[in-house]
Structure formats: C-alpha cells, structure tokens
Write a protein that binds this ligand. Structure first.
Ligand SMILES: Cc1cc2nc3c(=O)[nH]c(=O)nc-3n(C[C@H](O)[C@H](O)[C@H](O)COP(=O)(O)OP(=O)(O)OC[C@H]3O[C@@H](n4cnc5c(N)ncnc54)[C@H](O)[C@@H]3O)c2cc1C
Length: 546
C-alpha cells in the first residue's frame, strides 16, 4: 500500500467528504480521510492502483482533484515490534489523556509517565478547584450585597477550611472519574516517576529505560516567579498554595495581570479579604480591546477591589507576618502591605527535567518546546502538546492538541493545528470572554475594520439582572462583513462566547447574526443586538432585537 494526500476542490460540507470517500473506496482505497476544511483527502492505495485512477474517480464526482503527494514511509501508521511502546506520553494532564485515548483507538500500545498527581493541572490545582471556589465566592458576595429592593440577605464569616475540604472532595471525585478510571477503561499503562531523555528514542524513569516509536511531551507548565528584589526571602503564595489556604487572610496583595490573577483576586475579595491587584501594565488586560479593560476596571472598582496599574516593583520585604511591596507609580513611591501575597505573573513550561538536548528537541526563548503545525518537534519521533508549548493556556486547547498529536504520531494523518478561533474566558464576575481578533490585531493583519460597541445596559438580560456594568464588542471586516472577533464583559459571557466562536470559526457575517433569532432575555441576545448596532440605534428598537 502507498499513502497519498490529494488536493480536492469543491467540498463544502461533511456530506461532500462522504462523496469523496465513497468514490475512493470504489477503486480500493482504504484509511480514507477527506476534509472539506483543508480541501484534501488522505488515503492508502494498493500498489497496483496508480494515483491517476484516484484522480479520475474524484473527477467523476462533482469535485475537482488536484495534485497528490506520496506520504513518506516514516509517516505511515506506527505499529510493529520496534521499542517497548508505540506511543510513550510524558505527563498525565488534559493533553496526555486526550492523546492516550486517541492513540489507543488507533490500535497503539500506549504508556503514560507521571511524576506528580495523575490528571495534571486542570483537575488538581487549576480549573476545577478555582471554579468551584469562585462559585462559592460569588454566592457569598451576593448574600452580602444583592441588587434587589426588599430582599434581605446577609453572610456570616467564611469557614475557608470547610470550603477547601469540600473542594478537595470534588477534585478527588473528578480526578477518579475523568482521569484515573480511564486508564483501565482504555487499557494503557501508567508509569510513576520523572522522565528524562537519554537519547532520541529512550527515556529513563526511576532507573528504568523505556523505548518507543513515538513520544509525546505533555509536561505542562508551572507558576513563573518574577525577579523582584527580596521576593525569594518572603513567604509568598502561588495559585496552587492559595487554593489550599485554611484561613482567610484579612488582606491580600496580588502581583500579576493575567486571568489567574484576576480570578483569584476576586475570589478572595468575595470571600471577605481586602484585595489589592498590582500590575506593571498601564491598563489591566492590556492584550484585550480597551473597551474590555475599561468595563472590567469599572466592575472591579465598583465592587471594592483596589487596582493599581503602571507599577514598578522596587523590593519586597516581610515585617513580621506582613508582606510589604515597595512600588512606584508615575514616580510616586508607595508601600502596599498585606497579610498574604499572591504571585500570579504567568506560567513557565516544565522542560528542565527532561534533558531535551539528549533527544535533539529544540526549545524556544522561554524554555517552551518548539513545534510545527503538526505538533512535531525538531526530532520527528517526538511530538509536544498543551501548556509545554506555551500556546493558549487552556485545557481544551491542550486536549485538542493531544488528540491531533496522536492522530499524527500514530495515525499518520498529518492534521494541522488550527488555533484561529480559540475562545478565552476569565471567570470573574462579570466574566470576560473573547474569541478571534481584537480591533488592533485585525488592523495589523490588514483588514479594513468596522466595530460595534454595545454597553451592557442595552441588553435586556442585564437590565433585569440589575447588573449592567459590561460591554459587547464586535470586530468585523468592512468589505465582507465577516466577524473577525467578539469580546464580551457580562454575566455568563463564557456561555455566550461559544456561539461567537462558531460565528468566527465558520466565517459568519454581521448580517447572519442580524438574521438569526436570539432568545429574549438571554445574555446571548447581546450578540444580535451588537450586530444590529452596526447600523441602528439599539435604544430605538422595541423589546426584543426585532
Ligand atoms: C489556577 C488555574 C486555573 C485554571 N483555570 C482554567 C479554566 O478554567 N479553564 C481552562 O481551560 N484552563 C484553565 N487553566 C489552565 C489549564 O489548567 C491548563 O491549560 C491545562 O491543565 C494544561 O494541560 P497540559 O496537559 O498541557 O499540562 P498539565 O495538566 O499541567 O500536565 C502536565 C503533567 O506533566 C507532569 N510532568 C511534568 N514534567 C514531568 C516529567 N519530567 N516526568 C513526568 N511527568 C512530568 C506534571 O506533573 C503534570 O501532571 C487553569 C490553570 C490554573 C493554574
């Protein structure tokens, strides 16, 4: 058998993919994968069937075959007797599990190596613990301050130890169901210990040497600690240790400006700590559209969180139990004092222990593993996926990449990673959700841009909720009216952004949004209202974006 990739024009949907596959099956092709998004089909042909026959078969459908390329033999599916495993995965987080399951489904013999807790960051110390505690914080905040007249609610002092215990139980349960249990279910092996490469096809774990035909590095990332004088001599918290605190600090300073700093800062504010967020950048969320930063600054400030931006850090010291952060802002010196100090200044890839040079795997300036579109590293046997590549730091990106890495490493499918429409959510209250290009990014890419900015007080759901601080911003191409980016600050923005992700990914236009029905009194209606705002004054519409 020979494996080919052929360019096929004219496919527009999954039905077209089936037609192409059927035509190829008719001439004896196997392992066929047609993709209308990539305008291509990959398949294997018996040696006595030449590629012209395949091109002719496709020509007889209504699609147009283009050039075909023979895929190299090292790209052929990897199975056989060479090495202890077909696929050896380092790490056991979201990327690793998705890859292991996919590789098993390709028929591979798979093992996973983990030096810490099975499940990695998301379930143990990331998404799950932070989101369950954030929900508790929101409820506590609403109990203290609710926006309705005639509703008397109040909150007692928070018992953080109880909350953390309940959080730990949930984490253990989800780790068992979504990770540990699947090892037996899918039949791959878990090897405990720290992995390091000793050559291009061998890793060592606890003195044991393991070989494999393909490897996946999915070792994730950990908090990175900035170089501020005095910091290493004081006791500070990271996201991991903060989520395990048993006593609520009276005061908390947070150094950092990413989504983790914002979420954890607001969590402790909602639980009852006095919180100060400190950031180097002149505005919070500096990568986002300015309207988003403005809305979030207003919301946080209204809630009583202190935000200090444009900070230069001079030094940090401890005075008894008090951590003192010496800063200057616009030349003015200040000392910010707090019982606890959280450092949330980004994350760095876990690559040091791997001895990547032994395997000829290149790393970038931040120690991240450099991969191509197929997630292959500089060593063609070794792939990498998830946070260790320093792409968008979300577990769904890690899992998506893990699956693609397995498809390519084991199934030889040559799938390219497409990260053009990655939604990002910050689970503060109001939440922040974005997908696609900001206005500045769209202009930098050469688009002639039109935008629509809809304040949240024009969205009926926000009015009835009595929470109107926020915004919807749409960025579109003025020629085609295609949506390029959607940026939202509102309650439930994270749920709304999925519709926007589909719109951006599949090239929907402002007109498509205007013509689609949006259920009344949902926050998602804000998308349609913002689309109408391009050429209508929304305040002059009747009740429901009609
Ligand atoms: C506080 C916080 C909140 C978050 N909230 C969200 C959220 O709400 N939504 C979301 O999508 N994402 C969230 N994230 C990000 C998300 O958790 C990560 O993007 C995701 O878990 C990365 O998965 P991964 O598989 O790449 O790596 P990880 O899950 O980090 O797994 C890597 C594993 O590799 C192991 N390892 C490392 N080196 C070695 C070695 N040499 N040998 C053996 N094992 C090794 C590590 O012990 C670890 O278990 C959050 C992160 C944090 C910190």
């Amino acid at each position: 058998m020979k494996k080919y990739r052929m360019y096929v024009q004219g496919m527009t949907c999954s039905g077209c993919e089936k037609h192409v596959a059927t035509a190829l099956e008719g001439i004896g092709a196997v392992n066929i994968e047609a993709s209308f998004r990539r305008n291509e089909a990959t398949f294997e042909l018996p040696d006595d069937v030449d590629i012209n026959t395949a091109q002719k078969a496709i020509n007889e459908t209504r699609y147009q075959p283009g050039d075909a390329q023979v895929l190299e033999s090292h790209d052929a599916p990897v199975m056989g007797n060479e090495g202890d495993y077909d696929f050896l995965i380092i790490g056991s987080g979201g990327a690793a599990f998705a890859a292991a399951i996919q590789a098993v489904e390709h028929g591979a013999k798979v093992a996973m190596i983990e030096r810490g807790t099975v499940g990695g960051t998301c379930v143990n110390i990331g998404c799950i613990p932070s989101k369950t505690l954030l929900r508790a914080g929101e409820i506590n905040h609403l109990a203290k301050i609710n926006p309705f007249f005639g509703l008397a609610t109040s909150a007692k002092t928070v018992d953080l130890e109880q909350l953390v215990k309940q959080k730990d139980e949930l984490v253990a349960e989800m780790r068992e169901q979504k990770y540990e249990h699947l090892i037996g279910e899918y039949g791959f092996e878990l090897i405990r210990g720290e992995a390091k490469f000793i050559d291009e096809k061998t890793v060592e774990v606890g003195g044991r040497k393991l070989t494999a035909k393909r490897f996946l590095i999915a070792t994730g990332a950990r908090p990175s600690v900035p170089d501020i004088p005095g910091l290493k001599d004081v006791h500070y918290l990271t996201s991991t240790s903060l989520l395990d605190l048993k006593h609520l600090p009276k005061t908390l300073s947070v150094i950092g400006s990413g989504y983790i700093a914002m979420e954890l800062g607001q969590l402790f504010h909602n639980l009852g700590s006095e919180v100060t967020l400190l950031q180097r950048s002149p505005r919070i969320l500096k990568e986002y559209d300015p309207e988003i930063s403005e809305a979030v600054t207003k919301a946080m400030t209204e809630q009583g969180i202190t935000l200090i931006t444009g900070v230069t850090y001079e030094r940090i010291e401890a005075n008894g139990n008090v951590k003192q952060v010496h800063i200057s802002v616009n030349g003015e010196k200040k000392v910010i004092k707090a019982e606890q100090l959280l450092i949330a200044t980004g994350r760095k890839p876990n690559t040091e222990a791997l001895d990547l040079s032994a395997a000829n795997v290149k790393v970038g300036a931040k120690g991240e593993i450099v991969v191509d579109d197929l997630l292959k590293t500089s060593n063609p046997r070794i792939y990498a996926a998830g946070d260790v590549t320093m792409g968008p730091q979300f577990v769904y990106v890690a899992a998506y990449e893990g699956r693609i890495a397995a498809d390519n490493a084991i199934g030889s499918l040559e799938k390219k990673v497409n990260l053009e429409a990655v939604p990002g959510v910050t689970f503060t209250s109001p939440s922040i959700a974005t997908v696609g290009l900001t206005e500045e990014q769209a202009k930098a890419k050469g688009y002639e841009v039109i935008t629509s900015v809809l304040p949240l007080d024009s969205v009926p759901r926000a009015l009835v909720n009595r929470e109107t601080t926020g915004v919807f911003k749409l960025v579109a191409d003025s020629k085609s009216l295609k949506l390029l980016g959607v940026h939202i600050v509102s309650e439930n923005a994270g749920d709304v952004i999925y519709a926007a992700t589909l719109a951006v990914k599949f090239g929907l236009t402002v007109e498509d949004l205007r013509e689609s029905l949006a259920p009344y009194l949902t926050m998602a209606e804000g998308l349609k209202l913002a689309a109408l705002t391009f050429n209508k004054d929304v305040s002059k519409l009747s009740c429901c974006a009609g």
